[in-house]
Design a protein around this ligand. Structure first.
Ligand SMILES: Nc1ncnc2c1ncn2[C@@H]1O[C@H](COP(=O)(O)OP(=O)(O)OP(=O)(O)O)[C@@H](O)[C@H]1O
Ligand SMILES: [Mg+2]
Length: 724
């Protein structure tokens, strides 16, 4: 209470200082002005009178001396006639009044100057004794009238009174006039001060808001790392409390403290640091990549507020831009590019490899056909064929990864696919693994190849199973759901188009994966499983298939915590064609002796090996074979033999003219032409289009000899399109 009173008084004093000074000055001046007034009123006339009177006294003494000397002279010259003589002599003296007495004090002579009446004889100013022969002869008294001096003094007194009063009043009032002026000045400067304060406050608020809500972390510290101020973004980045930051040192936030030293070295050398990449350490110990800019500055206020030491006169402003998201996107992009280029490479290799395998498989088939079944060579040929089939299985997976194409596109319900896969798993999976289902009963369909989806899910489930071997808690959860996705990034680096998607996720409680492992799992042939246990193509294939269906994969995994693979496929639009849209019929198995025929077949393939063995194979089975080694050749051969050619075996990828171009030219020449499409790639959009436009069937290379013969035979028999 007391304190507040005192402080109020103090503040009052502070606020009105100039006013009070003027007022107190004025009050202090009061006695002074009073004294000055009195001095002027009294002292000046009094002094004048006193000095005038003293002067008259001196004059009287001089005259008294003078007269006494005359008297003495006269006495010496005319001792007897001195009375007569003295009267004559005294007539020259210009004094107010002179009286001379004898030794018996009788007035013997009297002299007055001017017309001064006796009653105004005012004073005896001086006396002089006149002695002669050792005896006093006379006493000379000289008096002077003070009337004039008194009149003058009176006049002066009146004048001084006027002056003194005026001076007293003026001297007292002067500061009071000044007060009004000062008050006005105070008011003005007070208003100005308030104005300035308001401006300063607004500006301070503005800059504080900028500082506080800047998206980049900003911190002001000393060179030794003592933090004086930091903004919201900085506190968020490092999860520090608003009150806590003063107890922290800026050095603690760097992952490697040497990084700060490097920054400071650059700062002191160049004067500033711009966007240097530095890794910080978050509260949970994880890394925070950031761009750092630094500047030197000095602030007297901060220094005073924070009580900085003498050696802390250099302050640093550090701006930290979190680039972890950018880094993540860069990493994902690199991953997407990597997968894309590996896909291209794998596709190219698989294509050539398929042709090589076709030759191997074909000739092995021929050898098998030519040798009796009990001969060793027959068996060897079979082994070669088997090996080639395994090889082609690999290339098939590789091609799936390389986005080789979709087979049969139809409306597929992923719940059904999941059920099918779970049925297969039920027979193969350990009993220890608990399988959990969370299916959305209203799941929308997707446009997909059901068998490929089957493969995708099976691969994911088998991976999950493998990841859980030897672990205590084994749970495999398959979940389906419909979702609307905004534009977003996936761990594989793709960015999705916003829209309706159907999701299916496979979660396990297995080993989980590190970041490093996660960046490699989609690479073809990457496997952590032992030799002979995994080819490392499972996820590559999954990736290829899903991307080929315009879908996306996301992986969430933590070492020791398990993994979740989520697949998103665009939801089918209502009204899209259903299962009837199949491009070709299902693979059929034929039994018994592979049949032949006598028809003429135009065999079009740019690979000499494939041409050669197929020609031998078909020739042996009784067919008449015409050959063409590229697209243009095929058109020319067909043109000159159109009446005799019953079937064209048409490769898709060829120089000069590709399979599709050849197909349409042949159709122009003969709308009834029978064409079997042959391709190393699985049935893609283009091949499916050809089937729709009248191609009879599709066979994927490398094909087994008997499969080809059966397909041809079936075609001639049924004249129906089919898939082999
Ligand atoms: N659910 C999972 N949990 C932990 N690691 C996984 C999981 N799925 C895949 N992986 C890791 O990714 C690697 C690659 O998987 P991918 O399916 O491509 O090949 P693979 O399973 O090793 O062999 P393949 O599938 O060809 O038999 C695996 O070896 C494994 O290390
Ligand atoms: Mg696998």
């Amino acid at each position: 209470m007391e304190k507040s009173f005192i402080s109020r008084i103090k503040s009052l004093f502070r606020a009105d200082t100039p006013y009070l000074i003027t007022r107190s000055f004025s009050l202090r001046m009061l006695p002074l002005s009073f004294l000055a007034g009195i001095f002027i009123c009294i002292a000046i006339p009094a002094s004048y009178y006193y000095l005038g009177r003293a002067n008259a006294g001196r004059q009287a003494a001089v005259h008294a001396n003078y007269i006494a000397s005359i008297f003495r002279e006269v006495l010496e010259k005319h001792p007897l006639a001195w009375k007569e003589e003295i009267n004559t002599q005294l007539a020259v003296a210009n004094i107010t009044r002179i009286e001379i007495f004898d030794r018996n004090n009788n007035l013997i002579a009297e002299l007055t100057s001017g017309s001064l009446p006796a009653h105004r004889w005012s004073m005896v100013a001086s006396e002089q004794k006149v002695t002669y022969g050792g005896s006093i002869y006379a006493l000379v008294k000289v008096g002077i009238s003070l009337e004039k001096l008194q009149n003058q003094t009176l006049m002066l007194l009146l004048f001084s009174l006027a002056c003194g009063t005026f001076e007293g009043i003026a001297l007292f009032l002067l500061p009071i006039f000044k007060i009004q002026d000062a008050e006005e000045q105070i008011n003005r400067s007070h208003r100005k001060l308030l104005d300035e304060q308001q401006k300063l406050k607004t500006s301070e608020e503005k800059f504080r808001t900028f500082f506080e809500f800047a998206p980049d972390g900003t911190v002001i510290s000393t060179a030794s790392g003592r933090i004086l101020s930091c903004n919201h973004a900085f506190r968020e980045m490092f999860q520090i409390d608003e009150k806590d930051f003063r107890s922290r040192n800026a050095k603690d936030f760097y992952f490697d403290p040497r990084a700060r030293e490097r920054l400071l070295a650059e700062l002191f050398e160049v004067g500033e640091v711009k966007n240097m990449e530095v890794v910080f350490r978050k509260k949970d110990g994880s890394e925070l990549p950031a761009l750092v800019s630094m500047k030197l500055f000095s602030s007297r206020i901060l220094k005073e507020e924070d009580g900085l030491l003498e050696n802390e006169n250099v302050l640093l402003q550090t701006i930290i831009r979190d680039i972890s998201e950018k880094k993540e996107v860069e990493k994902q992009l690199a991953q997407a590019h990597k997968l894309q280029s590996i896909g291209l490479l794998a596709g190219g290799v698989a294509h050539d490899f398929n042709n090589i395998l076709s030759g191997m498989m074909g000739y092995a088939g021929l050898i098998r056909l030519h040798t009796p079944a009990d001969k060793d060579v027959h068996q060897y040929a079979k082994i070669i064929e088997k090996a080639a089939i395994r090889g082609s299985d690999l290339t098939r997976k590789l091609l799936a990864f390389a986005r080789g194409g979709k087979y049969l596109i139809e409306d597929v319900n992923l719940n059904e696919i999941a059920e099918e896969v779970l049925e297969i798993l039920a027979h193969t999976i350990e009993k220890k693994i608990v399988i959990l289902k969370d299916f959305d009963p209203d799941l929308r369909n997707v446009r997909a190849d059901a068998s490929q989806m089957n493969q995708v899910l099976l691969n994911l489930c088998i991976n999950a199973r493998d990841a859980m071997t030897g672990r205590d808690r084994c749970e495999l959860l398959i979940k389906t759901f419909s979702v609307y996705l905004q534009k977003r990034n996936f761990s594989t680096g793709e960015v999705c188009q916003p829209g309706e998607y159907v999701g299916i996720s496979v979660s396990d409680t297995g080993s989980g994966m590190s970041q490093d492992l996660l960046s490699k799992i989609f690479d073809p042939f990457f496997s952590t499983k032992g030799k002979g246990q995994g080819t490392g193509l499972g996820l590559s294939m999954v990736y290829g298939i899903i991307r080929n269906h315009d879908g996306y994969i996301d992986v969430i995994s933590k070492p020791g915590k398990g993994s979740t693979f989520v697949i998103y496929l665009p939801a089918a639009l209502a009204g899209e064609a259903g299962r009837g849209d199949k491009a070709a019929g299902p693979d059929k198995k034929y039994a018994g002796e592979t049949p032949g025929g006598t028809e003429t077949i135009l065999l079009v393939d740019d690979e000499a090996e494939v041409r050669d063995f197929t020609k031998v194979l078909l020739g042996e089975k009784g067919y008449h074979v015409l050959l063409a080694e590229d697209g243009e050749d095929a058109v020319a051969v067909y043109r000159s033999n159109r009446d005799t050619i019953d079937l064209v075996l048409l490769d898709m990828i060829m120089p000069k003219k590709n399979g599709a171009e050849v197909f349409y030219e042949l159709r122009k020449m003969n709308p009834e032409v029978k064409v079997i499409i042959v391709s190393g790639f699985s049935l893609d959009y283009q091949a499916r289009q050809l089937l729709r436009d009248g191609a009879a069937a599709f066979i994927q290379k490398p094909y087994r000899t008997d499969k080809l013969l059966l397909a041809i035979r079936e075609l001639f028999a049924q004249q129906q399109p089919g898939w082999h």
